[in-house]
Design a protein around this ligand. Structure first.
Ligand code: AKG
Ligand code: FE2
Length: 358
């Protein structure tokens, strides 16, 4: 069993926080989904490529390592272009994702996630931490989605499964390439992070593919697509459709939109990367807002270390002035802390040390 499934098993979720609303059937935002949002949650549209916008890195740029370091230190989020994932695969991925979420609710519920499981259809797990429900639904996959896809389409699931499996292979390779850039940008080598690309060539890293759907909403000003959170992964690669809605929280600025760029992928630095980098890399707080006219979808790939690995900063990144900020944790331990304490999980594993300013 992998870390994600072990953690989900030990932290079951109530069914009322798994089964989504029949979004198509409601004409008015129900009270259960009405949030009191401030205008700060709806930032003015900024110049998408200006200095105050999320960095975009061309992976073929000779300065990619330096740019990656800067983006991780300053933002904890960036977009990548020229990443090598075929456009046709992204189009097919989006098509199959829309095909799934366009099914009637009673059909989607045939593949509903069980309270202790982490694959299948249902609300985002973070729903348990908020009094109001979010205007979104999801479908989680690891490896083959066959078991659930067969429930959705008894005679027509092969293409869906093939696309999801091919995407996981491609995005897995790209994620490791970007992780390599991140580690390299910190001056770390294979010897500092032995579990990454081990010499025996066997991969033990773990990952989860999560399809998100944000249906058209009757009152977006009072609805929340995905509430503010950081990702518990080392890093997350996200394909968003051409519809915006993702925002990242920036110190002293507020919520900044992550504008969709055709063919680009969004990279989020997760909490485990923040721990591994000893706080040098930010784990960006982000949220998703919805809209009145477009059904938005996104596909997130969460990547973490092998189950038995304790994540802590390599000795190269610590010294007496910069002692380890957090105690070592496995992904499972961290997911358990997150399942119980959500956005306070990082604080709970923080070492009680006096830290010199970086
Ligand atoms: O839909 C998005 O753009 C973001 C999704 C996300 O943050 C997540 O799945 O953790
Ligand atoms: Fe996220």
């Amino acid at each position: 069993m992998n870390s994600i499934s072990e953690s989900f098993k030990s932290n079951p979720v109530n069914l009322d926080r798994i089964i989504p609303l029949d979004f198509k059937a409601v004409l008015k935002l129900p009270d259960s989904h009405t949030w009191s949002l401030s205008t700060a949650d709806h930032p003015p549209t900024t110049d998408p490529f200006g200095a105050g916008s999320v960095p975009v890195i061309d992976l073929t740029d000779p300065n990619a390592v330096l740019l990656t370091r800067h983006a991780c230190e300053q933002w904890g989020v960036f977009q990548v272009t020229n990443h090598g994932i075929p456009v046709d695969l992204l189009i097919e991925l989006e098509f199959q994702t829309r095909r799934l979420f366009s099914l009637p609710l009673d059909q989607k519920l045939l593949a509903v996630r069980s309270p202790e499981a982490f694959t299948g259809y249902g609300l985002a797990r973070i729903s348990t931490f908020f009094p109001k429900l979010m205007w979104s639904e999801g479908f989680s996959i690891t490896g083959s989605p066959m078991e659930h896809a067969r429930q959705l389409w008894p005679h027509d699931h092969t293409k869906f499964c093939d696309v999801m499996e091919e995407y996981q292979r491609e995005i897995g390779d790209l994620t490791e390439r970007i992780l390599g850039l991140m580690l390299g940008s910190l001056g770390l080598t294979r010897d500092d992070v032995r579990w990454f690309k081990p010499k025996d060539g066997r991969k033990h890293s773990q990952a989860l593919l999560h399809l998100n759907s944000y249906p058209v909403c009757p009152d977006p000003s009072q609805a929340m697509g995905l509430a503010p959170h950081t990702d518990s992964s080392l890093l997350t690669l996200l394909h968003q459709s051409s519809t915006g809605g993702l925002q990242v929280l920036r110190d002293n600025v507020g919520w900044v939109p992550v504008h969709p760029i055709a063919g680009a992928l969004v990279v989020n630095t997760g909490d485990l990367m923040h721990i591994l980098s000893n706080g040098q890399f930010k784990s960006a707080m982000h949220q998703v807002l919805v809209n009145e006219t477009h059904h938005r979808i996104s596909i997130a790939y969460f990547y973490g270390p092998p189950g038995d690995v304790n994540i802590s900063p390599p000795t190269k990144l610590t010294n007496h002035k910069h002692p380890p900020l957090y105690r070592p944790v496995t992904w499972k331990e961290y997911l358990d802390a997150k399942a119980m304490h959500f956005n306070k999980a990082l604080d709970l594993i923080r070492n009680d040390v006096h830290i010199a300013n970086r």
